[in-house]
Design a protein around this ligand. Structure first.
Ligand SMILES: C[S@@+](CC[C@H](N)C(=O)[O-])C[C@H]1O[C@@H](n2cnc3c(N)ncnc32)[C@H](O)[C@@H]1O
Length: 382
């Protein structure tokens, strides 16, 4: 078994979280670098809830998000230096409220002197002014990965509003499923949803058929949009490794269609990684050995996963609804509204549009020698 797998034994959900974080950081950093010629835009990596937390590697902390983030952005910086001949400015801000963990965090990064690291002791929500000062320019990625579901969303949203950037927010779905109606937690939900009348919104009849965690998810996404933290919010469910139950959801917030497309590409890799891992664990505990975990994961995703048949047919309905509501629109403008709600990559969206055109459900003209819609191709209902 590879060393990395050993470090995450029994908490494979953290391995999946770190896999998504690393894939996203790599894609995002290259995308941000592409957006300007000459000098590279600085990247600020803000981790409000750094840990170390439940780490197995007590020497190098290789199984922590802070170590993984430093490693991956350092690699991107090296590659960009070769490609562009310019040094990528990166700043790391790590915040940790527990004094002992803070001490360990500080010691763990003390020798990383080639990167600009700011370790802040105390509560994230009480240090946002200081963090804004550190991230005065550049593109800010914020990672919100608390231990429970109580969060000071109101304060955090004021920080996210002012940043040019994106965020990943760990929403503890399993807690919400189990504890939504438990007495004594009203204040915690009010704080998470930044809404005094949160119970009225959760109990809206339109949400009646949803599970508890889905109800909270709908309201949380709406609240984050209302508080202007992001324009588009997508989510990736991370399952309990050995059960068919969502443990937490990673909510991704962005203001740009490009961010939406990047996240769906990351999701495609992450779904395969998660499905393979789950199948490996099943086979370890005596499940069927007829096909490899990778083969099983691929066939499962072909129907159930991102770009799978179920997602494609849902996307068709969404495309039709968008065009019916807003009239003809360019492919570039259609990407975000469709990909925000449907589990589809940009590449698969193009394929679906080509199929719908063949079936004469929609119409668009293509430039010579092009077989798929381009950013400016105008799409309309046939
Ligand atoms: C789930 S752990 C973080 C795990 C880490 N992101 C990883 O993947 O390796 C959450 C951490 O946040 C810290 N924490 C909890 N509430 C906090 C707050 N309000 N501000 C800063 N840190 C907090 C906890 O002590 C804990 O170390």
């Amino acid at each position: 078994m590879p060393e990395q797998d050993e470090l995450y034994r029994g908490r494979e959900q953290s391995q999946i979280k770190h896999f998504i974080l690393k894939c996203y950081l790599t894609s995002m950093a290259f995308k941000v670098a592409q957006s300007r010629r000459g000098q590279l835009t600085a990247i600020n990596y803000v981790d409000g809830f750094s840990g170390p937390w439940e780490t197995q590697d007590k020497t190098d902390y290789e199984d922590t998000s802070f170590r993984q983030a430093i490693g991956v952005l350092r690699e991107v910086r090296t590659e960009l230096a070769e490609l562009r001949g310019a040094r990528l400015p990166i700043r790391f801000v790590f915040c940790e409220k527990d004094p002992d963990r803070y001490k360990r965090l500080n010691a763990a990064v003390a020798s990383d002197t080639d990167v600009d690291i700011h370790c802040i002791p105390g509560q994230f929500e009480e240090n946002l002014g200081r963090i804004s000062g550190i991230c005065a320019n550049g593109f800010t990625f914020t990672f919100i990965d608390p231990t429970g579901f109580k969060l000071a969303t109101n304060e955090i949203s004021k920080f996210l509003q002012t940043q040019r950037g994106e965020f990943l927010w760990n929403y503890m779905a399993d807690h919400a499923n189990r504890f939504l109606t438990r007495a004594g937690l009203e204040e915690a939900y009010g704080s998470l949803l930044a809404e005094q009348k949160w119970a009225d919104r959760i109990n809206d009849t339109a949400l009646a058929t949803l599970r508890n965690e889905e109800k909270v998810l709908v309201v949380l996404r709406d609240r984050l949009r209302e508080l202007d933290c992001a324009k588009y919010i997508l989510d990736f469910p991370v399952f309990r490794p050995r059960q068919n139950r969502v443990q937490f959801r990673l909510l991704f917030g962005t203001r740009h269609a490009a961010g939406v497309a990047v996240f769906r590409d990351v999701q495609k890799k992450a779904e395969l990684f998660q499905a393979t891992k789950r199948e490996e664990l099943k086979q370890e505990s005596g499940g069927p050995l007829l096909i490899t975990p990778e083969m099983h994961a691929e066939s499962f995703l072909h129907t159930e996963g991102i770009d799978g048949s179920a997602a494609r047919s849902a996307a068709r309905e969404r495309i039709t609804a968008c065009l019916a509501e807003k009239g003809p629109m360019s492919f570039g403008k259609l990407i975000a509204p469709v990909l925000e709600t449907e589990r589809l990559t940009e590449t698969a969206l193009k394929d679906v549009l080509v199929e719908m055109r063949k079936e004469e459900q929609i119409a668009f003209a293509l430039p010579q020698r092009k077989r798929k819609p381009q950013s400016e191709t105008v799409i309309s209902l046939a």
